[in-house]
Design a protein around this ligand. Structure first.
Ligand SMILES: Cc1cc2nc3c(=O)[nH]c(=O)nc-3n(C[C@H](O)[C@H](O)[C@H](O)COP(=O)(O)OP(=O)(O)OC[C@H]3O[C@@H](n4cnc5c(N)ncnc54)[C@H](O)[C@@H]3O)c2cc1C
Length: 450
């Protein structure tokens, strides 16, 4: 961005979070000549791809990194790394810039709390949540690692059921075997063991879990195996497609179990916990009955399960942002499909922050959908918000509402002075974190964190 650059009236979007969903929105907008400012909390913009996916997803990560880089290296993008919404800058500040639109693609980084009163007191002492646990697994080997610590122990339990919880289970199995092999003077690394599967790795060494003295771990799921969201049915699925999807889910899980040798207990829900001194020593489960979407506990079915390590992997939710309305643990959306945030016209949210699905394709699709809605409806002034102002107004207020709507609509196309003012503010933020303005040159200097 040079001070001499000629700036014409145009649109400018501020995107918070530069990972799968944010970069997709940026790609859609820049392809139509729209400037984007990307505010990213981390030095690198890859989000869950880098810190959520366990490190054995080597190819997937490389592919996704390249896709994100290609979108963020566009000349219309101003990248602002190491700048966190809610820390270095607030939503209020971004709103005060008066950009054409603000797009929140900040993902879901807070673990959904395990609903057992008092259990969080044991975090770090026998009890862990998925996000810091996977982060630890990805980074504990880094020479200057100072992230969350995990006291790893074999024989753990995992509460969950989605794809991410299967990765957590695999981490528990791989770590237990790697440590047992190491103790026998047979070093191995978890990424190599994951690629061929644990069963094969043990077969090749003429070993079994029992021979190694590894107990392995157990996944507890509150619904039935066929309900596990490890494969989605098509939209508007027929009963036959739904049935096929149930079978696919069962097969997928069996396949995982055969390769990674963990146990699954379905239809058990945690209802309490066991503590020993200051450590969590396991959970108490109740048997469930699944009636449609409802999960009911079976009276008198209480079963304590002792375990030295418990990981809760029951989903991630977005971090609250000051000034952003919440509906329970999620952002309050006017319309989840279009990403419109309730009460803040021009502010949109997309990807994991909204979909509730831990899935790259879902984040990508939602990023695209919301960006297209912004392009086709919001920026052109046809958004439902705009229509509603007109439609919802009483007849006598219609003329006034029309004026307001026109102002909002006109405000989306920014005059050169406004664009320049925003770019000046962005430059200050970039300078504060030592960002030169050249994405490719910058990213080459920020090594992967694992
Ligand atoms: C263990 C695990 C395994 C998974 N396995 C798979 C798999 O096999 N296949 C699959 O398709 N998906 C998988 N997923 C899910 C997939 O990784 C995510 O759904 C997807 O990457 C989310 O993309 P996103 O852009 O919506 O969010 P994120 O990747 O979370 O991106 C959000 C971005 O916003 C930034 N940010 C957050 N807060 C702020 C803030 N306040 N200010 C500025 N920046 C901020 C973050 O640093 C990040 O860069 C897995 C996830 C996990 C956790």
């Amino acid at each position: 961005m040079s001070g001499q650059e000629e700036i014409k009236p145009g649109y400018l979007a501020v995107v918070v979070g530069g990972a799968v969903a944010g970069a997709e929105a940026v790609g859609q907008l820049t392809a139509r000549g729209i400037r984007c400012v990307v505010v990213e909390q981390n030095p690198r913009p890859y989000g869950k791809i880098e810190d959520g996916l366990p490190r054995w997803h080597v190819k997937l990560r490389a592919q996704e990194y390249a896709k994100i880089d290609a979108k963020l290296a566009h000349p219309l993008v101003q990248f602002v790394p190491r700048t966190r919404l809610g820390r270095e800058i607030g939503l209020k500040d971004l709103l005060a810039w008066q950009p054409s639109t603000i797009i929140l693609a900040n993902g879901a980084w807070r673990d959904r709390p395990l609903p057992l009163d008092g259990v969080d007191a044991y975090v770090g002492r026998g009890f862990y949540y998925q996000n810091p646990f996977v982060y630890w697994f990805n980074h504990y080997d880094d020479p200057d690692y100072d992230g969350p610590a995990v006291e790893f122990t074999d024989g753990g339990i995992v509460v969950g059921g989605g794809l991410a919880s299967l990765d957590v289970v695999k981490i528990l199995m791989l770590e237990a075997v790697v440590r047992a092999l190491k103790a026998r003077g047979m070093p191995a690394d978890p990424v190599t063991l994951e690629h061929g599967g644990l069963k094969r790795a043990l077969d090749e060494r003429g070993l079994t879990l029992e021979a190694l003295g590894v107990k392995g771990c157990t996944l507890f799921y509150r619904r039935t195996i066929e309900d596990m969201p490890v494969a989605d049915p098509p939209e508007n699925a027929t009963p036959q497609q739904l049935e096929r999807n149930r079978q696919t889910r069962r097969k997928l899980l069996q396949n995982f179990q055969q390769r990674f040798l963990f146990r699954v207990r379905d239809r058990w829900v945690p209802i309490g916990f066991l503590a020993e001194g200051d450590r969590l020593a396991g959970l108490t489960f109740a048997r469930t009955e699944v009636v449609g979407r409802e999960v009911k506990t079976v009276p008198g079915s209480k079963a304590p399960v002792r375990a030295p390590l418990t990981v809760s992997s029951i989903g991630s939710i977005p971090e609250p942002v000051a000034e952003l309305p919440m509906a329970g643990e999620l952002y309050q959306m006017k319309d989840r499909r279009t990403g419109e945030v309730e009460g803040l016209p021009g502010v949109f949210a997309l990807g994991n922050a909204v979909t509730g699905k831990g899935n790259i394709i879902a984040s990508l699709k939602h990023g695209k959908l919301v960006a297209q809605h912004i392009l086709e409806n919001y920026l052109t002034g046809k958004s439902s918000a705009y229509e509603e102002i007109l439609e919802g107004a009483a007849a006598e207020a219609r003329e006034k509402a029309s004026l307001v709507a026109e102002r909002v609509r006109g405000a989306r196309l920014l005059p050169p002075e406004r664009i320049r003012a925003i770019l000046d503010a962005v430059r200050k933020l970039q300078t504060a974190v030592g960002y030169s303005g050249d994405y490719r040159a910058y990213i080459a200097t920020v090594p992967p964190t694992s």
